[in-house]
Ligand binder design. Structure first.
Ligand SMILES: C[S@@+](CC[C@H](N)C(=O)[O-])C[C@H]1O[C@@H](n2cnc3c(N)ncnc32)[C@H](O)[C@@H]1O
Length: 208
């Protein structure tokens, strides 16, 4: 887990040791947000498990009307994310909080909650070669679904009316998420594929 710098179009991200190294396909998120984010008026976004801060920083660079809260359970990740926000001059737009998912958050509602949580199953770890990210950023119990379900279950309590949960997952978890969403007061909207063509990010809403 060496530290390095990743260059994107409008910003760069320093990845500290012991922090998840972001994959470079941030444009999949940017395309999703272009459809969901309204450019007029105040807009509140919560990112759970921010790592280096990449997703929050990419959003803050593109939209200046958004107030972002970004969390992580890892102190190293939060430190890294704060430094990256500063180096990209968006530290005024992002509030960082150490939290186990929603645990330390104030009682506030958001227009979008986004998360790329750990979703791999440790049982299959021999199939994932070359991953040297911290285990806590990669693996989750219950076949990789534990953290995704924890987030989905509570999301509705933190969403404004007509708002969205955007969550990354493994390509073979889509149906599990769809089925679970009905137990969480969420509607399944759609799933975006990654560059290889695998299901990767699903969008849910509380729109009735
Ligand atoms: C797959 S990484 C994603 C990092 C970043 N969002 C990205 O896409 O590059 C998952 C992140 O979730 C954090 N995390 C794991 N368990 C958590 C928990 N219970 N509460 C908050 N964050 C957690 C990890 O520390 C890690 O930074």
């Amino acid at each position: 887990m060496k530290s390095n710098i990743i260059q994107f179009d409008k910003f760069n991200i320093h990845v500290s040791e012991d922090v998840f190294c972001p994959r470079e396909d941030i444009d999949i998120y940017q395309n999703i947000f272009r459809d969901l984010i309204k450019n007029d008026g105040d807009f509140d976004l919560l990112e759970l498990g921010t790592g280096t801060g990449l997703i929050s920083i990419a959003i803050a660079k593109e939209y200046n009307n958004i107030k972002i809260t970004a969390t992580d359970i890892s102190i190293n990740a939060l430190q890294n994310a704060k430094e990256n926000a500063k180096r990209n001059k968006v530290n005024e737009n992002i509030k960082f909080i150490k939290s186990n998912w929603f645990l330390n958050l104030e009682n506030k509602e958001y227009n979008i909650i986004v998360s790329n949580p750990p979703y791999l199953s440790k049982k299959n770890s021999k199939h994932y070669q070359g991953l040297d990210d911290p285990d806590t950023s990669l693996y989750s119990k219950d076949n990789g679904l534990y953290d995704i379900f924890a987030i989905m279950f509570e999301a509705k309590n933190y969403l404004k009316k007509n708002s969205y949960l955007v969550i990354e997952h493994s390509h073979n978890q889509t149906l599990h998420l769809k089925n679970f969403s009905s137990k969480c007061g969420l509607n399944y909207n759609f799933t975006k594929k990654d560059v290889i063509g695998f299901n990767r990010i699903s969008i849910f809403s509380n729109i009735i």
